[in-house]
Design a binder for this molecule. Structure first.
Ligand code: GLA
Length: 384
C-alpha cells in the first residue's frame, strides 16, 4: 500500500472534518487470463494489484455529509438519488449506486463525510470503478455496522454498476478488488462463485502493464453486443449460459448461425479451457506455459471475439519479438486500455525502450507503463 497516499488522504480528512476517519484500502485489478468469460458464467483468473483507492470516512458532521475526491479536486454534497439515468455521472454515481442498492435491501445508513484519492490510472481498464464501489460499501458497513459479508458487498457493488450506473459488466472486477490477496492470483468460477487463491511464484519475472492510451468509441456497444450474441447462442441450445455447452453442441448449430457468432462462442469455450490450464501452469510454476496461454488468449480475443484493436495488437506483437517476455495479451473489455506482459525483471527496460520508441513512431502517442504486483483486496488500513 502506498503510505504517502494513505497519509495524504487521512490528513485531508482530518483538516476538513477535524476527526479521525476510518480508512479503507480498495485495489484495482489485473486479469491474467479468462477474458469475456465472467458474464458467460465461465472461469477467470484476476488478481488485486498494488494500485488502488484510499478512502477516509466518518459519520457526517452535519446534514447529508460531504464527499471529497481529492485527486480531481471535487466536492459533492449528496442529496436525494437522481432519478434520471442521464444524471448518474462521474465518480459520485458509483457511490450513489451503492446507496440505491442498499435501499433496495431496506438498508438506509446515515450520511457520511468522506475523502478519497487513488493511484489507479484512469481509463486504463484497471477497474477503478469497482475499487470505488467496494471502498464505499466497505466503509459504510464498518461505520454503521450493517452486517454485510464480503460476498454481500461484492454483489451490492456489482448491482450498483449494473443497475444504477448502467454498465452491464460481469462480476470479476468487484470480486477481485474485494477478495484479492498479497502474492496470489484468484481462480474464480463465475457460475458457482467458488474461488481458489493461488500463490504465484514469479521467479525473476514480473507483471508489466503497457497502456495504449486509447479507448475506441465502440467499446461499450461492442461489449453489450458480444454479450447478446453469447446469450442468444446459449438460449438457442437450451442452456442458461455458454458454460453449459460443449464444442460438439456448438457444432450442431454451426451452419445455422453467422460464422462470426460461432467463432465468438467457440472463443469463450476455448478461453475457459485456457483458464483451467493456466491455473495448473501457475501451480507448477510453469511460467512459460502461462505465457503461451496468454498469447493464445490474445489471438482468440483479436481473431475470434473481435475486441482487440491495432494499438493492442501492435504491443502484443512487439512483446512476442522481445527477449525475456513470456506472454502478453490485451486485458479487460478491449478496444484500448492496457496489455498485460509477463517479463523478466532484467528485460523490463529493454522492452520499455523498444515499446516507447516504436509506439510513438507508429501511433504518435506516448506509451505509459505500470509495473504491478498482486496485493491485498479491500480492507481497513490500520491507523499509525
Ligand atoms: C470488463 C468488465 C468485466 C469483464 C471484462 C472482460 O472489464 O467489467 O466484468 O467482463 O470486461 O473480461
Amino acid at each position: 500500500m502506498d503510505q504517502g497516499l494513505i497519509n495524504s488522504v487521512r490528513s485531508s480528512f482530518r483538516s476538513q472534518f477535524g476527526t479521525n476517519p476510518v480508512l479503507i484500502w480498495s485495489p484495482g485489478r489485473i486479469n491474467i487470463i479468462g477474458e469475456h468469460t465472467d458474464y458467460n458464467r465461465g472461469f477467470v483468473m484476476p488478481a488485486a494489484i498494488d494500485r488502488g483507492i484510499v478512502m477516509a470516512m466518518g459519520k457526517a458532521a452535519e446534514g447529508n455529509g460531504k464527499w471529497i475526491a481529492t485527486y480531481v479536486k471535487e466536492v459533492f454534497s449528496p442529496g436525494s438519488l437522481p432519478s434520471h439515468p442521464e444524471n448518474r455521472k462521474g465518480w459520485q454515481a458509483y457511490l450513489m449506486g451503492i446507496h440505491s442498492e442498499l435501499g433496495k435491501k431496506g438498508i438506509f445508513p446515515d450520511p457520511v463525510d468522506l475523502v478519497f484519492s487513488g493511484n489507479i490510472p484512469p481509463g486504463a481498464g484497471l477497474s477503478s470503478s469497482a475499487a470505488l464501489e467496494n471502498a464505499f460499501v466497505y466503509g459504510l458497513n464498518e461505520i454503521y455496522e450493517l452486517g454485510l459479508s464480503p460476498t454481500d458487498m461484492v454483489s451490492i457493488s456489482h448491482a450498483a454498476e449494473w443497475d444504477y450506473v448502467g454498465v452491464k459488466c460481469g462480476i470479476m472486477d468487484q470480486y477481485a478488488s474485494m477478495f484479492g490477496q498479497e502474492g496470489k492470483a484468484i481462480f474464480l468460477d463465475c457460475r458457482s462463485m467458488v474461488s481458489e487463491m493461488i500463490p504465484a511464484n514469479l521467479e525473476g519475472y514480473q507483471w508489466l502493464l503497457l497502456d495504449t492510451g486509447v479507448k475506441h468509441n465502440l467499446a461499450d456497444s461492442a461489449y453489450n453486443q458480444r454479450r447478446e450474441v453469447c446469450e442468444a447462442i446459449a438460449t438457442r441450445l437450451g442452456a442458461n449460459s455458454l458454460r453449459e455447452l460443449s464444442v460438439e453442441q456448438l457444432e450442431q448449430i454451426r451452419s445455422a448461425i453467422p460464422a462470426a457468432d460461432y467463432q465468438k462462442a467457440l472463443y469463450v469455450l476455448e478461453e475457459n479451457e485456457r483458464v483451467l490450464r493456466a491455473r495448473e501452469a501457475i501451480k507448477r510454476n510453469d511460467l512459460k506455459k502461462l505465457g503461451e496461454l496468454m498469447y493464445l488468449s490474445h489471438k482468440g480475443l483479436a481473431e475470434q471475439y473481435a475486441v482487440s484493436c491495432e494499438e493492442l495488437d501492435f504491443l502484443v506483437d512487439l512483446a512476442k519479438e522481445t527477449e525475456g517476455v513470456l506472454g502478453a495479451r490485451m486485458m479487460g473489455g478491449g478496444f484500448g486500455g492496457c496489455t498485460l506482459n509477463l517479463v523478466h525483471e532484467n528485460e523490463v527496460q529493454t522492452l520499455l525502450k523498444k515499446a516507447l520508441n516504436s509506439y510513438r513512431e507508429r501511433f504518435d502517442l506516448t506509451l505509459k507503463d505500470y509495473p504491478v504486483r498482486f496485493a491485498s483486496g479491500c480492507c481497513l488500513v490500520k491507523s499509525i
